[in-house]
Design a protein around this ligand. Structure first.
Ligand SMILES: Nc1ncnc2c1ncn2[C@@H]1O[C@H](COP(=O)(O)OP(=O)(O)O)[C@@H](O)[C@H]1O
Ligand SMILES: Cc1ncc(COP(=O)(O)O)c(N)n1
Length: 266
């Protein structure tokens, strides 16, 4: 039996609900061997982000190189990349090693309002990273920032997905957590067709790390050989259970429950 391996290139969340920690928990639940390259250390909890400490380019490069010489990932994702230098380095390394199945979660602002990507880095993300992405998973504010559109309805989301696809992304998933509908609707555009997945919107404030967990589940599914469409369905099921069976940890925006998906199947 061969074990699928997935890599996350993202920031560390000391509170354990988002970033690298959410990604590795999700990989583990989906029977994928998880690896990480840390781009920044954050001091945060469910109440917010108190500190952001980007790693040196040398430290990031060395982590990625160590993985490359020994542990080729079957799929990988990016999360918090913080600045344009980190984005350029990460994109160059992914190209150099010809790694496939790249999921880009364009993390910009934490739920608590802290900036996790410098404004001036958005251009580098569009020019360097998006053209090599298999799947891009913006939430609505991120899709607005990347396209300049004001997204009010489903037609606007479709237009945003088309514009992002035109930048070279193979598949765009615009997440609906920030939408106003009764259901949380996630929209996939594969460059030709649209499809969407709906789930009842759960009334909870415990949504810290939802985007990280969703994109990590998609990455794990791609590592296990799923098609993008099937990986999208698994990601949606995984995050829905994780939000529904929340853990009530911390006094702010609590984390999701990474055990919930497997428990729901027992
Ligand atoms: N209250 C909710 N009820 C059900 N699903 C949700 C809820 N909030 C977010 N989701 C789902 O969680 C995932 C992440 O969504 P979103 O909140 O838009 O991203 P982010 O965490 O990046 O801001 C999506 O699949 C979205 O549909
Ligand atoms: C290191 C890191 N990466 C990503 C997020 C985004 O998660 P959220 O939008 O749920 O705060 C975060 N808060 N911290």
């Amino acid at each position: 039996m061969t074990t699928a391996k997935a890599l996350t290139i993202a920031g560390s969340d000391s509170g354990g609900g988002a970033g690298i920690q959410a990604d590795l928990k999700t990989f583990q639940e989906l029977k994928v061997f998880g690896m990480s390259a840390i781009t920044a250390v954050t001091a945060q909890n469910t109440l917010g982000v108190d500190g952001v400490y980007p790693m040196s380019l040398e430290a990031i490069e060395q982590q990625i190189e160590c993985i490359a010489v020994d542990l080729k990932p079957d799929a990988l994702k990016t999360g918090m990349l913080f600045n344009s230098e980190i984005i350029e380095l990460v994109a160059d390394k992914i190209k150099q090693y010809k790694w496939e199945n790249l999921v880009v979660d364009p993390v910009m602002i934490a739920k608590g309002g802290a900036n996790l990507l410098q404004k001036e880095a958005i251009d580098a993300m569009k020019k360097k990273l998006l053209p090599i992405a298999t799947v891009l998973t913006p939430n609505i504010p991120e899709a607005e920032e990347l396209t300049g559109l004001n997204i009010q309805n489903m037609e606007d989301r479709k237009e945003a997905a088309k514009r992002l696809s035109a930048l070279g992304v193979s598949n765009v998933i615009i997440k609906g957590g920030h939408g106003k509908e009764k259901e949380s609707v996630d929209l996939l555009y594969d460059g030709t067709c649209f499809s969407s997945l709906l789930a009842k919107r759960i009334p909870t404030k415990n949504t810290h790390g939802t985007g990280c967990t969703f994109s990590a589940a998609i990455t794990a599914a791609l590592a296990n050989g799923y098609s993008v469409k099937d990986a999208f369905q698994l990601g949606k099921d995984f995050i829905h259970q994780a939000i529904k069976m929340d853990l009530h940890i911390g006094s702010g925006h609590g984390p999701t429950n990474h055990w919930a998906y497997q428990e729901s199947k027992r």
